[in-house]
Every structure is written in structure tokens, then in C-alpha cells.
Design a protein around this ligand. Sequence first.
Ligand code: ZN
Length: 243
Amino acid sequence: MHQGVKQDEPIVILTGAGISKESGLSTFRDADGIWATVNVEDVATPEAFAANPVRVHDFYNQRREALQREAVQPNAAHEALARLERDWPGGVLLVTQNIDDLHERAGSRNVIHMHGELLKARCGFCDHVQGWRRDLGTDTACPACGRAGRMRPHVVWFGEMPFMMEAIAEALYTCGLFISIGTSGNVYPAAGFVATVREAGEARTIEANLEPSEGASHFHEALYGPASKTVPELVERLLATVA
Ligand SMILES: [Zn+2]
């Protein structure tokens, strides 16, 4: 089943909204998602923050509060990926488009949040980043430099560069297996990762999705169904090959 994936080869996993939806979090881009009711341009761009910071803070304060509700917990897919990181000899890098902390709560440690993290705040004066669970406002002072008025969610807005793209590219070039989970395949640059992997060499590629993504034809193998079912099965199969 996994010809070519040796246990000493690194695995890179990309996750998107589909993995968090089953944990009770609203997605941004689905037909019934957040962007169906809120304009991106009003809350998720640097221009929106400059024009109406209160509106932007309100929006992300709601998201931050929703993420910390008791009902929102990592699901079987998050748990399985944490187990794969622990038990796969070649190492696992998890690259997520999600801004929630469900991978970390499940136990994953080697995680890149390419679109930032909802539970962190950043100061626009001194660039200090730190964990943040409360509301942010226009009068919130930076814990590092003390200046107020420029604290913002540590998330990547439309028009901003995703984080750690060089490290991600390096990992894509050198992995033995690339797995894409719960992504629509139409949000760049993440949608281009599978093409990068295919260009780079012989790595195997698998997508696990509710339905075929827009990039489905680029993958060697596809697993369709809820991530909470397909991902634990896939992890089971991979770990069964570990001597
Ligand atoms: Zn500061």
C-alpha cells in the first residue's frame, strides 16, 4: 500500500478546516462557513484593521471565545496525527492552515501554523508575540513595550505573507510522504504544496478529504470520508509498517 515510504523518511502533513470542523469549529470557506455571513474585506485584511480596528477585534474576540468553549475538543484525527508524530521514526512535520490549537491540544509538537494562531497576539510597535486568551481591544497595552493601540491577533490576513514558507518548502522537497487532510485545494500557497512535492522527487502523496479537492488528480491515493475516520485508519496502516 505504501510502496516507497520507508520508516526513516520524513512525513509532511498539511491540514485544513476539514479536520477542525468535526471538533465543532465553524470553517471559514464552506458554503455555510464564516465568510458566507461576514465580508473578508471587513475583518481580515490590514486595511480593515486600519480603518475599523474595533470591528476586527470584535470578530476575532468571538472566534477566540468559540475556540475556548468546552465543547470544542480535538477529535480522533488530531489524536491520530499526534500518535504518528510520536511513533514514526523518520519524523513528522505538521503544517496547518488552521488558526486553532487543536493539534497542540491533541499532543502534536512539531507544528507550523502557516496562517498564524488565534490564541496569540502580536504588537504592531515592537512585533512581540505572546499567548493570548482574553479579548483584544484598541486600548490593550503590549506586555513587552507597554504601548497601547497596536495589539492584533497573530493571524495572517488576506494580502499578508504566510509564516515560515522557507521551512515548509524545505520539508516538502525532502519528505518521503506528503498527506493533505481536510483542505479544499483552492487556497494558495498551500494548494500548490502537492505539486511542489511531485516536482521534487519520488515522495508518495495522499489526500484525505470529505470529497475530492480541486487538486485531487495530483495525488497518488485518495481517502474520502470524515477525517475522524480516514486519518486514524491511515495512521494505523503507516505505523503497521514500522519495524
Ligand atoms: Zn510592543
